[in-house]
Design a protein around this ligand. Sequence first.
Ligand code: MV4
Length: 450
Amino acid sequence: MFKKILVANRGEIALRVIRAAREMGIGSVAVHSTADSDAMHVRMADESVCIGPPSSQHSYLSIPAIIAACEITGAEAIHPGYGFLSENANFVQIIQDHGLTFIGPTAEHIRVMGDKITAKDTMKKLGVPCVPGSEGGVGSVEEARKLGAEMGYPVIIKATAGGGGKGMKVATSADDMEKAFLTARAEGKSNFGNDEVYIEKYLTTPRHIEIQVFGDGKGRAVHLGERDCSLQRRHQKVFEEAPGPAISPEERARIGKTCADAMADINYIGAGTIEFLYENGEFYFIEMNTRLQVEHPVTEGIFGVDLVREQIRVAAGLPMEFTQENLKINGHAIEVRLNAEKLPDFRPSPGRISQYHAPGGLGVRMDSALYDGYSIPPYYDSLIGKLIVHGRDRPEALSRLGRALGELIIDGIDTTIPLFHALLAEEAVQTGEYNIHWLEHWLETNLGDS
Ligand code: MV4
């Protein structure tokens, strides 16, 4: 096992990794920008190294600075958290070239899944059900129109390198096609330096259901059920839960096995998430994330496992501590993302925390790097914490969420806490009868957000 690992991240996820390392008797190295000298991850780690100025580009995204921090401290492995360099195949290659270990998948798996056309092609060949659409890329408006006529409208044109909703356009008729096609291609080019696009049948009212998978890199892989992450605003998840309120045990076992078998086939190592749209009882693969995700705690809650511990174990060449047979779901978990943002327009609201009180009690987990007197810097993501609740069933988890939100105090800045009090009062949230459009519609109706 590693003696010391470096955490190439900040905020709550850096704490998450440091905590797992400490429980395993592994030393931790935090890296930080000059804006984060007082950050909790720096305080909590065994050692820290300043790696650059506030701008992420020159600190948390600086590969040379992070490699140098490993060499200075003698850290043997790097955990990337999520975001930043977590899905950068080039980073993984450089880590290996320096005789260090990346705690995550191989550069090759990251590369394959990072390009959505190759990801879809790979998954299709592995027997994973995909959204009907083009075979590979589409090179011209004429070809796009031909496919549109065959498939029937609406269709969606997606940039193969796309992400966060960029490079994605819906065409509702042949007349729309030219504009949608050219816009998706231009957005792919300008945002990701890649103008390749593909086409899919547009699903109008699906849920976003993602399957958690985990592999040992030696042909063994398991699934840890699904998370329903349909409640999103502008492609940012807001509220996530597991198990999905619309998924039956039979459906879970079936799609779960399909995903686990696919990951076993490719010798996938570590944590991964296979994203699906779910509509009318069918799963349609859209993309795969080759990282630990923000919402992983809901899965940890219902399965009683530590996914970061398992990531570190398999990266060190040890076996996973779970098998498919001993992974059993217990109860229901919900996560809400707490952002330093001002409603109704979700404008970033950095600043000094004058008072912080975390909720507690049975079934409550607060993952946050906040503390009394901390100043949230303006340079990074506005996520300031995640409140995760667990209950014996969904109603208990919901009422526990309301109780915990009532205990939570974050003063000095604006946060999205009031949004969750309001959402808990909604029938659709109480029943779980929502889809990927429900939240944006609700925000428009109730907050005038558009
Ligand atoms: C889709 C879709 C409908 N049909 N693909 C949005 C982000 C990207 N990861 C995939 N996305 C979508 N792909 C087909 N064929 C609808 C969306 C979509 C969406 C998906 C998940 C969660 C929220 C969403 C909000 C708008 C659109």
